[in-house]
Design a protein around this ligand. Structure first.
Ligand code: M6R
Length: 609
């Protein structure tokens, strides 16, 4: 939700800022802007719409010159996406870019109005910038003091990068809840919402914490606490390089990330398998405690929540432990009955999703132990859980999550097996067999990827539908929800996922001649029942796409298009079946000419409630 960047050094600041924004555009793309500190004060350029609009503006108008600047790519919260609401926002003395939401901006506005301020935008950010300006001008014109004063008043979530006109040799950065990192170069330094923004220049960075103020100069970074004392920070190093954040010959990041899944799964599971068994001790998990939990709560949003649904089916089936799955925005307001005897598991690619973070804090307040299945290293959720299981998928740039989902469920399987082994619901040899199946999954996924032409053909036949259904039972139902979300998100075709057995209780009335229905049938014990449900929709004119286990015999009375998956163990089929669903959604979107990686109205990381 919004990307912020900053650069200070000897290179062309405009180029550096725009280049960094291009890497963060997936975080929001309603508008963008930059501010550059130069001899004639702070120069601001901004434009509604995609970054290309800003690039055009910079080519058409005079280019700001300078070596220190800040930039922003926006996902609108307060005020429509427009030039005037684009960031940077501020005054002639203070300019800032912001990711987050200022909750008490009305109070701040009232206070500032009394002091004679007027506002040109509808943004909460402009109120925050003016508040810093007020502290600056009414104090000793000291940036640190002004920031401390304003932060004492501001409530909400924010990552700010700030420029002061009188100090063109430095940038300031602060954060609370929203992510912010400081890249450490040689004679140059960076600010970014995440490492992706500066990875082509440096892999070294600091993680900024709440109540720290960073002063960033070309030759050094000074981080102080609220009382002004210097804080010693550990230098972090990103363990991936720029190629991971580039398309590498694929037309879209989504397609690249779908193809990265075999490797991503290997990276997620290999460090967690020893002697053929799951090994979670390396992540600090007390595995002897695992079987003692009364209940497990998996809480997440969107695709990550769908990974939680897979966890429920797999853990309840293999380990016999009750699992509750919640959408984080519901969990936090439904008075959940979670106690100190429970384990709370947050799943999040970004590690910054506001609702998941709030749910985690609630679970901690209630005394539960907490674990995070998180992709982004050093993110807020990763830092606040008792133990984090990183998924090691590398950066996921496409807004539509694919490889992150795949590695989330890969890690879930390891938790399920460990728990089942410790509970005694499976034997050591059964556990070894399951682990070995999991280790085969990267190859299985690679084989399914070879079906991409079939998926493209199927997409071409369904892409003009107004609406379609995804159906399945059990684990297949959990997966169908993810298939449906993926399609809606990027192709803008309405779809719903339904438990196949539930159709006749209402939804089957929607089925008309030619309506596409994507059915999944992989689970031996219920395949026949699913096939009966498929025949019911087929008999009513549905155009059926069936994704199924290899042994399923499919006649013309069942499906129009069939994708047979390679053989695997029943519980692992979600990893195989997810692939054609991702590819069908991808091709529907690409064939429609949509912006696949940046679907309308969305952003990659949702840091607001
Ligand atoms: O970063 P997170 O995994 O916490 O994000 C959660 C959801 O916002 C995310 O999975 C979203 O649903 C995806 N864009 C779907 O593809």
């Amino acid at each position: 939700m919004c990307g912020i960047v900053g650069y200070i050094g000897t290179r062309d600041c405009v180029d550096m800022l725009v280049d960094s924004l291009a890497r963060l555009e997936y975080r929001g793309y309603d508008s963008s802007g930059i501010a550059v500190a130069g001899p004639d004060g702070i120069q601001v350029r901004k434009a509604a719409g995609r970054l290309s609009n800003l690039r055009r503006k910079l080519a058409d108008e005079d280019r700001p010159a300078g070596h220190a600047g800040i930039g922003h790519t926006r996902w609108a919260t307060h005020g429509a996406p427009s030039d005037v609401n684009a960031h940077p926002q501020g005054t002639k003395d203070v300019m800032l870019v912001h990711n987050g939401i200022i909750e008490n901006y009305r109070e701040i506005e009232d206070f500032l109005t009394q002091k004679g301020y007027t506002f040109s935008s509808e943004t909460d950010t402009e109120r925050a910038a003016c508040l810093i300006d007020w502290y600056y001008r009414s104090g000793k014109r000291d940036p640190q003091e002004a920031l401390r004063g304003a932060l004492g008043v501001i409530r909400g979530s924010y990552a700010f990068a700030v420029l002061f006109r009188d100090f063109p040799d430095r940038l300031y950065a602060v954060r609370c809840e929203s992510p912010l990192v400081i890249g450490l170069g040689d004679g140059e330094n960076f600010i970014g919402s995440d490492v992706t923004s500066f990875i082509s220049y440096t892999k070294k960075y600091y993680l900024l914490e709440k109540d720290e103020i960073a002063e960033i100069r070309a030759d050094g970074v000074y981080i102080r606490g609220m009382d002004g004392h210097l804080v010693e920070k550990k230098v972090q190093t990103a363990d991936w390089d720029v190629s991971a954040a580039e398309k590498g010959g694929y037309p879209h990041f989504m397609l690249k990330e779908i193809h990265e899944q075999p490797e991503a799964v290997r990276a997620a599971i290999s460090p967690r398998i020893r002697d053929g068994l799951p090994w979670l001790e390396g992540d600090g998990i007390d595995t002897d405690k695992l079987p003692k939990y009364r209940k497990l709560f998996f809480v997440a949003c969107g695709t990550a929540m769908h990974a939680g649904l897979v966890a429920k089916y797999v853990i309840e089936r293999t380990a016999g432990v009750e699992v509750t799955v919640d959408v984080a925005s519901e969990f936090r307001y439904r008075d959940p009955l979670i106690t100190k005897d429970d384990l709370f598991v947050a799943i999040s690619q970004s590690g910054e999703t506001a609702d998941t973070l709030a749910a985690l804090r609630l679970a901690k307040e209630k005394g539960a132990d907490t674990v995070g299945i998180v992709n982004v290293v050093g993110s807020s959720i990763a830092r606040e859980v008792d133990h984090v299981l990183y998924t090691y998928a590398g950066p996921e740039i496409s807004v539509a999550s694919t490889k992150a989902y795949m590695v989330q469920i890969a890690v879930v399987y390891l938790i399920a097996m460990e728990l089942a082994l410790k509970k005694g619901t499976i034997s050591r040899s059964q556990c070894e067999a399951a682990v070995s199946h999991l280790q085969e999954m990267p190859d299985v996924i690679s084989q399914v990827l070879e079906e991409k032409d079939t998926c493209s053909m199927i997409a071409s036949r369904i892409m003009n539908a107004e609406s379609l259904l995804y159906i399945g039972r059990g684990l297949d139902y959990a997966l169908s929800m993810e298939g449906s979300l993926k399609l809606k998100e990027i192709s803008y075709i309405h779809s719903e996922s339904y438990a196949a057995g539930e159709l006749k209780h209402g939804t089957i009335s929607l089925v008309t001649e030619g309506m596409p229905v994507i059915a999944i049938a992989t689970q031996k014990r219920i395949i026949e029942k699913t096939i009966s449900n498929i025949k019911e929709v087929k008999a009513r004119g549905a155009k059926v796409v069936l994704i199924c286990a290899p042994e399923v015999e499919v006649g013309k009375d069942v499906a129009d298009y069939v994708i047979h998956l390679p053989k695997t163990d029943d519980i692992f089929y979600p990893m195989a079946a997810a692939v054609p669903m991702q590819l069908i959604a991808y091709y529907c979107s690409a064939l429609k000419g949509n912006d696949v990686d940046k679907p309308r109205n969305l952003a990659k990381s949702v840091t607001v409630e």
